[in-house]
Write a protein that binds this ligand. Structure first.
Ligand SMILES: *[C@@H]1O[C@H](CO)[C@@H](O)[C@H](O)[C@H]1NC(C)=O
Ligand SMILES: *[C@@H]1O[C@H](CO)[C@@H](O)[C@H](O)[C@H]1NC(C)=O
Ligand SMILES: *[C@@H]1O[C@H](CO)[C@@H](O)[C@H](O)[C@H]1NC(C)=O
Ligand SMILES: *[C@@H]1O[C@H](CO)[C@@H](O)[C@H](O)[C@H]1NC(C)=O
Ligand SMILES: *[C@@H]1O[C@H](CO)[C@@H](O)[C@H](O)[C@H]1NC(C)=O
Ligand SMILES: *[C@@H]1O[C@H](CO)[C@@H](O)[C@H](O)[C@H]1NC(C)=O
Ligand SMILES: *[C@@H]1O[C@H](CO)[C@@H](O)[C@H](O)[C@H]1NC(C)=O
Ligand SMILES: *[C@@H]1O[C@H](CO)[C@@H](O)[C@H](O)[C@H]1NC(C)=O
Ligand SMILES: *[C@@H]1O[C@H](CO)[C@@H](O)[C@H](O)[C@H]1NC(C)=O
Ligand SMILES: *[C@@H]1O[C@H](CO)[C@@H](O)[C@H](O)[C@H]1NC(C)=O
Ligand SMILES: *[C@@H]1O[C@H](CO)[C@@H](O)[C@H](O)[C@H]1NC(C)=O
Ligand SMILES: CC(=O)N[C@H]1CO[C@H](CO)[C@@H](O)[C@@H]1O
Length: 827
C-alpha cells in the first residue's frame, strides 16, 4: 500500500471529526515530549541567519517538529533541554582554504550570541569552521547568568576578534575553551581568562596575541591542554608557571617569539605530559637545553616538536632523554644543526612512530636498518624526512620492507650514492618520494614505477641517474616529476601514452632526444621545463594546451616549426622561454594575449616579422617571486581537491604566503622560490621593421634585448619611461638617428649597448651614461661626443661575441624555504 494513500484515508475521517482534539494533543506533546519553544525559536533564527536554504534541512519551522530530533542537536532525554549543538562547518566554503590559503569568508553571517542565551542546559557548543567575522552580544548581559551550564565552547577557525573573550565572563562552568585560529590580537587577556580556574583545555593557538605567558595561568590546576602556538608571545617562558601545571598533558607553544634558554628539566615532574611543541620561535635567542641541569623524565611523550630550537647549542648533541621516550608517535627535531652519527636507533626503538623529521641537521654516517627476520620493522611510520643532512653511503636495500606504510619519504640533499633500492616499489602507499640532490646512479627501477601505485610526486633531480625515463613518465597519475640534471637519455614520450596528468614536469638538463608525438596532451600542466636537452621536431600543440600554465621553458633544444597557437590561451603564463631553438614564422601579435608574462625569451631562433606594438599590454611587473615547485605536501597530506590551486597564491604572494597561516591545519610545505625580473629577449632572430614606441610603456621591464635582428628606424624616445630598466641591448641592428637624450633619465641603467647600428649625433653623457664605455657604441661611425677626452673615435671591430648579460638575468636568486605546520599526524 502506498504511503500517501494511507495518509489521505487517515485525514479524511479524522480531521473533520476530531480536529479540536488533535490540536490539543499537539499542544500537550509540544511542551512535554518536544523541545522548548524558545530554544527551537533560537535555532530557527540561527538557521535563518544563513541565506542558504539547503543548510540544516531537518530544521523546519513546523509546529509539531521536535527540535531535539534535528540534526546536530542533542537534548537531555529527561529534561528535553538542548545540551549539545554541533554547528561546526556550516559555511559552505569554510572547511577548505581558498586559492590564497585563507578561509574566504565572503558573505558569511554574523554570530548573534543572544541566540544561545535561552538554552538553559547547554553543555557543548561547537561553532568551529564557520567563517564568523562579527560577534554580536550585549555587554549588559555580562552579569546575568547566561549559559552557565556551558562546559565546552569551540569557536576555532573563524574570523572573530578578541572582543569575543569578554563574553566568557558569565561562563562559569567552562572547562574546554577552544578559540584557536581566529583574529585575536593585542595583549593576552589574562584578566578574563584567568578567572576560569576550572579550565581543562585552553586552546588559543593560531591567533596573534602579544605579551608574555601570564603567571596567573598557574591557578588552573586542572589544565590538561595549554595551546598558545602560532601567536606572537614573547619574553621568557615562565618556568614557575610550567612547573606548576602538574596536570598538563599537552603543551604547545611553538611559533611564538619567546626568548632565552628553555631548559627541559623543569618539565621533569609533569608525569602526564604527552605532547610537547616548542619549535619555530621567531626570536634569535630562543634555545632549548636538554642536558643541564641533569634530570630524568617522569613522562612518556607521544609527540615532540623541537623544530628549529638551537637544541643544546653550542654542542648540538641529540637530547639524551629521548632514549627513554619509546612511545613517541611524532618526533620533529628538524633544523637544529644536530651533529653526530645518524641516530639509527630511533628507527628501531621507536616502534610506534608515525612521523619522523630529522631534516636540516648535520647528521653523518650511514643509514643502517636491521635485516634478517624482521621484515616489517616500523609499520606505523608514514612520514620520514631526513633531507639536508650529511648522510652518506647507499640507501638500505630493504628500506621498502622495513617501512611498508610510508607515504612520504624525503632523503634529498644528502650524499647518498649507489643505486635506488628496488624495494621502494614495496611501498604501495608512498605518495611523495624525494631522492633529489644526491649522488645516486644507475637507472630508475621498474619496481618503483609498477609498485608505488599511490605515487603522486617524484623528485630525483640532481643525481647521476641514467637510462631512459619512458615508463616513469608514462606512469598514470603522476602529478610531479622532477628529474632535471641527470644523465637520462632517449625519448620522453611515445605514441602509446599521450595523455598525462602532470602539474609539474621538469626534465631539463639531461640528454633526452627525439621528437614529441603530436598526440601529446598535458592539459593539467602548470610548469613544464624541458630546457637543455636535444629534443627535435615541432612543439606539439598538446604540450602547451593547459589553461593553467604558469611557466614553460623549452629553450636550448632543437625544436622546429612555429610557436604552437595553443600557448596563447594560457592566461596565467608568467614565464615563456623558447630561446635557442630553430623556431620559425612571424612573431604573432597573439603573444600579447599572454598578459601576465614576466619573462619572455624567444632569442636565438629564426622568427620573422616585426615586433608587435601590443606588447605594451603585457604585465612585466618588475621583480617578483615565483614558486618553482608545486606545493607537494599540501597536495598530498590533505584531501586532494582538484579545484584547489596553490600556485595562483604562491606566485603573487611571495614571502607573504609564509605569514598566511593555515592555522593549525596539518600542512607541511617545501618550496623553491625563484625571484624573477621582468625580461623581454627577442634577440638573434630575423625581426624587421621599427621598434614600436609603445614598448616605452613597459615601465616594469628590467631587461630588454632586441639585439642581432634587422630592426630599422629610430630608438623610441618613449624608452625614457622605462624607469626600471637595468639592461638595454639594441646592438647589431639597422637603427638610425640619434640616441634620444631622454634616455639619460634611466637612472637604473647599468648595461647599455647600441653598437653596430647606423646611429648618429651626440652621445649622451649625463647620469648613467657617463659610465658606459666605447664598447656600448662601437660600429656607429657617425656618433660623436661633446668633450672627447675619455672616448676615442669608434672603430667598427666586430668580435662576434654576443652579449650574455641580459640572458643571465633570467633567474637570479634561488631562495629555499621550508615551512612546516606541526602535527601532521595528530590523532
Ligand atoms: C540577536 O538575537 C536577538 C535574539 O533573537 C535579537 O533580539 C537581536 O535583534 C539579534 N541582533 C542582531 C543584530 O541581529
Ligand atoms: C568541533 O567540530 C570540529 C569539526 O568537526 C571538530 O574537529 C572539533 O573536535 C569539535 N570540537 C569539540 C570540542 O569537540
Ligand atoms: C590565584 O588565585 C588566587 C585566588 O583568586 C589569587 O589570590 C592569586 O593571586 C592567583 N594567583 C596568580 C598567580 O594569579
Ligand atoms: C620534581 O620533584 C622532585 C621530587 O619531588 C623535586 O625534588 C624536584 O625539585 C622537582 N623538580 C621540579 C623541576 O619541580
Ligand atoms: C636519573 O636516574 C638515574 C637512574 O635511575 C639516576 O642514577 C640519576 O641520579 C637520576 N638523575 C636525576 C637528576 O635524578
Ligand atoms: C634501544 O633499545 C634497546 C633495547 O630496548 C636498548 O638496549 C638501547 O639502549 C636503546 N637505544 C637507545 C639509544 O636508547
Ligand atoms: C595503505 O593504506 C591503506 C589505507 O589507507 C591501509 O589499509 C594499508 O594497510 C596501507 N598499507 C599498505 C602496505 O597498503
Ligand atoms: C644539495 O645538497 C647540498 C648538500 O649535500 C646542499 O649544500 C645544497 O644546498 C643542496 N642544493 C639544493 C638545491 O638543495
Ligand atoms: C649508467 O651508468 C652506469 C654507471 O653508473 C653504467 O655502468 C651504465 O652502463 C650506464 N647505463 C646506461 C644505460 O647508460
Ligand atoms: C647524449 O646521447 C648521445 C647519444 O644519443 C651521446 O652520443 C652523447 O655523448 C650523450 N651526451 C651526454 C652529455 O651524455
Ligand atoms: C586533453 O585532455 C583533456 C582532459 O583529459 C581533454 O578534455 C581534452 O579534450 C584533450 N585534448 C585533446 C586535444 O585531446
Ligand atoms: C537573556 C538576557 O538576559 N537578555 C538580556 C540582555 O540585555 C538586554 C538589555 O539589557 C535585556 O533586555 C535582555 O533581557
Amino acid at each position: 500500500m502506498h504511503f500517501e494513500d494511507m495518509e489521505c484515508r487517515w485525514k479524511k475521517p479524522w480531521v473533520t471529526l476530531m480536529g479540536a482534539t488533535v490540536l490539543m494533543m499537539i499542544q500537550i506533546f509540544g511542551s512535554s515530549s518536544g523541545c522548548f519553544p524558545e530554544e527551537k525559536r533560537s535555532l530557527l533564527e540561527f538557521k535563518a541567519s544563513y541565506s542558504d536554504d539547503s543548510l540544516l534541512p531537518s530544521w523546519v519551522d513546523e509546529p509539531n517538529s521536535n527540535c531535539c530530533e534535528w540534526e546536530r542537536v542533542t537534548c537531555d532525554p529527561s529534561s528535553n533541554h538542548v545540551t549539545d549543538l554541533s554547528l561546526h562547518g556550516l559555511y559552505k566554503d569554510g572547511s577548505m582554504p581558498n586559492h590564497y590559503g585563507v578561509f574566504d569568508c565572503y558573505g558569511s553571517p554574523s554570530l548573534n550570541s543572544s541566540l544561545f542565551l535561552p538554552f538553559k542546559e547547554l553543555r557543548t557548543l561547537n561553532l568551529s569552521f564557520n567563517c564568523f567575522g562579527d560577534f554580536i552580544w550585549n555587554p549588559d548581559n555580562r552579569s546575568t547568568s547566561t549559559l552557565e551550564t556551558l562546559e565546552t565552547f569551540d569557536l576555532s577557525h573563524n574570523n572573530l576578534n578578541e572582543g569575543v573573550l569578554e563574553f566568557l565572563f558569565g561562563l562559569t562552568s567552562l572547562k574546554n575553551l577552544i578559540f584557536a585560529a581566529n583574529n585575536f590580537v593585542g595583549l593576552f587577556p589574562s584578566k578574563g581568562i584567568c578567572r576560569l580556574k576550572q579550565l581543562e583545555v585552553l586552546d588559543l593557538g593560531g591567533n596573534d596575541f602579544e605579551g608574555t605567558l601570564d603567571i596567573c595561568l598557574s591557578n588552573m590546576s586542572s589544565l590538561r591542554t595549554l595551546d598558545f602556538s602560532d601567536n606572537s608571545l614573547s619574553g621568557k617562558i615562565s618556568t614557575t608557571l610550567i612547573a606548576s601545571l602538574v596536570s598538563l598533558e599537552h603543551l604547545s607553544l611553538y611559533g611564538n617569539k619567546f626568548e632565552g634558554v628553555f631548559s627541559l628539566n623543569i618539565l621533569a615532574n609533569l608525569t602526564k605530559l604527552k605532547v610537547l611543541q616548542l619549535g619555530d620561535m621567531d626570536s634569535r635567542t630562543f634555545q632549548v637545553q636538554t642536558e643541564h641541569p641533569a634530570w630524568n623524565a617522569s613522562f612518556q611523550l607521544e609527540q615532540l616538536n623541537l623544530f628549529s630550537c638551537k637544541i643544546n647549542s653550542p654542542t648540538y648533541r641529540t637530547p639524551s632523554f629521548l632514549s627513554s621516550q619509546n612511545r613517541l608517535k611524532f618526533l620533529d627535531l628538524s633544523k637544529n644543526n644536530l651533529v653526530g652519527e645518524f641516530p639509527n636507533w630511533m628507527l628501531v626503538n621507536y616502534t610506534k612512530l608515525k612521523a619522523l623529521y630529522l631534516n636540516g641537521n648535520f647528521f653523518t654516517g650511514n643509514i643502517k636498518l636491521p635485516c634478517g627476520p624482521i621484515l616489517h620493522g616500523m609499520d606505523q611510520l608514514h612520514v620520514l624526512d631526513i633531507s639536508s643532512n650529511h648522510i652518506q653511503g647507499k640507501l638500505p636495500n630493504n628500506i621498502g620492507f622495513f617501512f611498508p606504510n610510508l607515504e612520504y619519504l624525503d632523503v634529498s640533499s644528502n650524499m647518498f650514492d649507489g643505486h635506488i633500492p628496488a624495494s621502494i616499489g614495496e611501498m604501495s602507499n608512498l605518495t611523495v618520494l624525494n631522492l633529489g640532490n644526491n649522488s645516486i646512479s644507475g637507472s630508475m627501477p621498474e619496481n618503483i614505477v609498477i609498485g608505488c601505485t599511490s605515487l603522486l610526486h617524484l623528485f630525483i633531480e640532481e643525481n647521476q641517474l641514467n637510462g631512459t625515463l619512458l615508463s616513469c613518465i608514462a606512469k598514470p597519475g603522476l602529478y610531479t616529476l622532477s628529474a632535471s640534471r641527470n644523465n637520462f637519455e632517449g625519448s620522453i614520450v611515445t605514441q602509446e601514452k599521450c595523455q598525462h596528468d602532470f602539474i609539474f614536469l621538469d626534465l631539463s638538463q639531461n640528454n633526452f632526444s627525439g621528437a614529441l608525438p603530436s598526440c601529446l596532451n598535458m592539459s593539467s600542466a602548470k610548469i613544464i621545463h624541458l630546457f637543455g636537452n636535444r629534443l627535435t621536431g615541432a612543439i606539439p600543440e598538446g604540450l602547451l594546451n593547459s589553461r593553467r600554465l604558469l611557466a614553460i621553458d623549452l629553450s636550448d633544444n632543437n625544436f622546429m616549426g612555429t610557436i604552437p597557437e595553443s600557448i596563447y590561451d594560457s592566461e596565467s603564463l608568467t614565464l615563456l622561454l623558447l630561446g635557442k631553438n630553430q623556431l620559425q614564422g612571424n612573431l604573432s601579435s597573439q603573444i600579447c594575449e599572454l598578459r601576465n608574462l614576466q619573462v619572455l625569451d624567444l632569442s636565438e631562433n629564426s622568427l620573422t616579422g616585426s615586433i608587435p606594438s601590443c606588447l605594451e599590454n603585457l604585465r612585466f611587473a618588475g621583480r617578483m617571486q615565483f614558486l618553482n615547485f608545486p606545493n607537494i605536501d599540501f597536495i598530498s597530506l590533505i584531501p586532494l581537491n582538484s579545484e584547489y590551486d596553490m600556485f595562483g597564491f604562491a606566485m603573487y604572494a611571495g614571502y607573504t604566503y609564509v605569514q598566511v597561516t593555515f592555522k593549525g591545519r596539518p600542512l607541511l610545505f617545501h618550496g623553491n622560490i625563484v625571484e624573477l625580473i621582468s625580461l623581454l629577449d627577442l634577440s638573434s632572430n630575423r625581426l624587421t621593421g621599427e621598434i614600436p614606441h609603445q614598448l616605452g610603456d613597459l615601465s616594469g621591464l628590467i631587461a630588454l634585448n632586441l639585439s642581432h635582428n634587422r630592426l630599422s628606424g629610430l630608438i623610441p624616445e618613449s624608452f625614457h619611461k622605462m624607469q626600471s630598466m637595468e639592461s638595454l641591448d639594441l646592438s647589431n641592428n639597422h637603427l638610425s638617428g640619434q640616441i634620444p637624450i631622454q634616455l639619460s633619465e634611466l637612472t637604473s641603467l647599468s648595461h647599455f649597448n647600441v653598437s653596430y647600428n647606423n646611429l648618429s649625433g651626440r652621445v649622451p653623457n649625463e647620469n648613467q651614461f657617463e659610465t658606459f664605455d666605447n664598447s656600448s657604441y662601437q660600429g656607429n661611425p657617425y656618433l660623436y661626443w661633446d668633450n672627447d677626452n675619455k672616448h676615442i673615435p669608434i672603430t667598427p671591430i666586430d668580435d662576434g661575441k654576443k652579449d650574455a648579460t641580459a640572458a643571465s638575468y633570467v633567474t637570479v636568486i634561488l631562495v629555499f624555504m621550508a615551512i612546516r605546520w606541526i602535527n601532521p599526524l595528530q590523532e
